[in-house]
Structure formats: C-alpha cells, structure tokens
Design a protein around this ligand. Structure first.
Ligand SMILES: [Zn+2]
Length: 196
C-alpha cells in the first residue's frame, strides 16, 4: 500500500517585514516549530511577489503552503477538516483571489530511516524530528481519512483520491509516492504527544 505526497518546487517570497513579525510571534527560536494557535486559525500571509499558476506553492521561508482554490475543490471535502486555511495577500496587502494558505490541524508524521534526526528543543520542550531517507508513513498513523497533512507542506492523499486527479492539467505539483509500513525504521516506537 502507498499514499501520495503532493507538494511543489514552486515558492513565493513573503514580505520581509511580515516575515520578521511572523517569526517573532509564531515560531520557536530554538527549533522553528509553529505556535499551536496557528493550527486553529491562520493569520493573513503577505507575499512580496505575484503567485505563479502552480496548483500548490510555498510561502517562503515559512512552512505554510498555498493552494489554488480550484485545485483544492478536486481533493475532497475533507480538506477543511484536515487543514486550517487562510488568506494570502499580495504586496499591496490585497487578498489574492482563488488561492488560500493552508496548514494541517494535526500533522501526520512522515517517518524516515535510522539516521533521521531527533532531539528535544531546549526552548519550547517539543520533540523535533527530521526524517532521513527512505521516507514512508506508518500504517498506524492512517485512519479512514483520504487526506493527511504533513508538517513541512503539501497534501498526502490516498490512492483512491490520487487516481481521480488528472495532474497533466496542473502545473507545479511534485508527486512523491510514500510506502505505508507496519514497523518504523527510525527506532521510534511512538512519538511523544507534544510533537506539534
Ligand atoms: Zn522549539
């Protein structure tokens, strides 16, 4: 069994002043983890350049993604259950129609091999993990849902949803097939509950 990570190489810079404020108020200085309040409501994200036509984009240098509304409609009505969404503003502060920022409410952990980095943040106390190859998800982290949100951007869809998408119609989507494993390769039986 596999799932499909849809992410992108496209990105768009955020406004420098907006980013300084966001980093100061919403990111841990020790590990870069986002304030948990963002998983309930997202602030407006101000961009410094125009978005291209990509179905999915990143708001650099945050870990927030941007999705075109017309592509989001194809995914599933589960999208809003899985992700909190917000507005992207252009360089003049005007909301960009047809696109929205998004962040998983409760991220799924994309796991990695034995060399995956793990530590405890000495600032916020959270468990910090960066998956090293090979990437996969654990069967136990999947439910009946057809969509999942990895913490570093993009959308994970199950095969049934993936088969409904004609990705030749869209630009800027990078597909990564992720195997579903029963057992972890990183030696971590269970992630601590304060992971996010
Ligand atoms: Zn931290």
């Amino acid at each position: 069994m596999e799932v499909y990570l849809l992410d992108t190489n496209s990105s768009c810079d955020t406004d420098k002043q907006w980013w300084e404020e966001f980093r100061r108020t919403s990111e841990c200085t020790g590990c870069g983890s986002l304030d948990r309040r963002l998983r309930v409501a997202l602030p407006d994200v101000r961009l410094s350049e125009d978005l291209d036509q990509s179905a999915i984009n990143f708001a650099r240098p945050t870990s927030l993604s941007i999705i075109r509304s017309d592509f989001r409609e194809l995914l599933s009505d589960e999208f809003d259950r899985c992700f909190v969404t917000g507005r992207a503003l252009n360089s003049r502060g005007v909301p960009i129609l047809g696109s929205m920022t998004f962040l998983p409410r409760k991220p799924i952990v994309v796991r990695g091999g034995p060399d995956s980095m793990r530590r405890w943040c000495d600032q916020c106390g959270r468990f910090v993990y960066f998956a090293d190859l090979p990437l996969y998800v654990l069967e136990s982290s999947l439910s009946e849902a057809s969509l999942y949100g990895p913490d570093d951007g993009g959308v994970i869809v199950i095969e049934r949803v993936f088969r409904t998408l004609d990705l030749t119609m869209w630009t800027g989507i990078n597909v990564v097939k992720l195997p579903v494993r029963r057992e972890p390769l990183d030696g971590i039986a269970e992630f601590p509950s304060n992971f996010y």
